[in-house]
Design a protein around this ligand. Structure first.
Ligand code: PGA
Length: 250
């Protein structure tokens, strides 16, 4: 059984004060909700306050990125030990905005993934194709290449806690969601590649989330797909009632 995972990626939004105001409104709306795992990914300056504010609740807090080393002369970076020290146990890796605007590579995602596993942090590894790649019928090849590079030299037991997010780049922040069928097809490709890399048991247990313009209007049909084990929500996770509606899909 793969417990659904509903994640809110706040990107570069919300100060600590705004983040805590969100929690005040949101936590009562999802109190006692146990069907799904729920997690929020605030920006670095709000992370500590959010993790403290979530203490004792059914919602977790995670980071949007991290370096793979514990410390060093790397201006602007946050290390896995620093995340663990504030109680952070989840991290998003390889988000397409990191890849498109900050030259993130899957070689680095692989190093970060190993570091996350070594520190007991659950990694959410993002993969997804560009519109041009989809139009050129390259989706399958792109997804398999990305996943293989991210999982290089990761053993099946190390991959146990891994979460994958399929985020087609043409659907992120654009309002145009992948149809449930397109998403399910991509998820099937990823699970097949996972079986190849990590064996059937790990592939069967790994949650694959969909991300890209998820909203209350499309969550039900997405979650109805057997292959979709949760969602990574950007814009629609910024408003407490909207995100609570997503968590309460039927
Ligand atoms: P979106 O973002 O829901 O605003 O499309 C999703 C994401 O980038 O994770």
């Amino acid at each position: 059984m793969r417990k659904p995972f509903i994640a809110g990626n706040w990107k570069m939004y919300k100060t600590p004060k705004e983040s805590l105001a969100f929690l005040d409104a949101f936590l009562p709306l999802v109190e006692g909700h146990t069907r799904d795992e729920i997690a929020l990914f605030p920006t670095t300056t709000s992370l500590s306050a959010v993790i403290d504010g979530l203490h004792g609740s059914n919602v977790r807090g995670g980071a949007q990125n991290m370096h793979w080393l514990n410390e060093g002369p790397y201006t602007g970076q946050t290390s896995p030990t620093m995340l663990v020290s504030i109680g952070c146990r989840h991290v998003i890796l390889g988000h397409s905005e990191q890849r498109l605007y900050f030259n993130e590579t899957y070689e680095r995602v692989n190093l970060k993934l190993k570091a996350a596993i070594n520190h007991g942090i659950t990694p959410i590894v993002c993969v997804g194709e560009l519109l041009a790649e989809r139009e050129d019928q390259k989706t399958e090849e792109v997804l398999r290449t990305q996943l293989r590079a991210a999982l290089r030299n990761i053993s099946p037991s190390e991959a146990r806690r891994l979460i994958i997010a399929y985020e087609p780049i043409w659907a992120i922040g654009t309002g145009s969601t992948a149809s449930p069928e397109i998403a399910a097809q991509a998820h099937a490709i990823l699970r097949h590649e996972l079986t190849h890399c990590c064996g059937e048991a790990t592939a069967d247990n790994t949650r694959i989330l969909y991300g890209g313009s998820v909203k209350p209007e499309n969550i039900n049909e997405l979650m109805a797909q057997e292959q979709i084990d949760g969602v990574l929500v950007g814009g629609a996770s910024l408003v407490p009632t909207t995100f609570a509606n997503i968590v309460q899909y039927t």
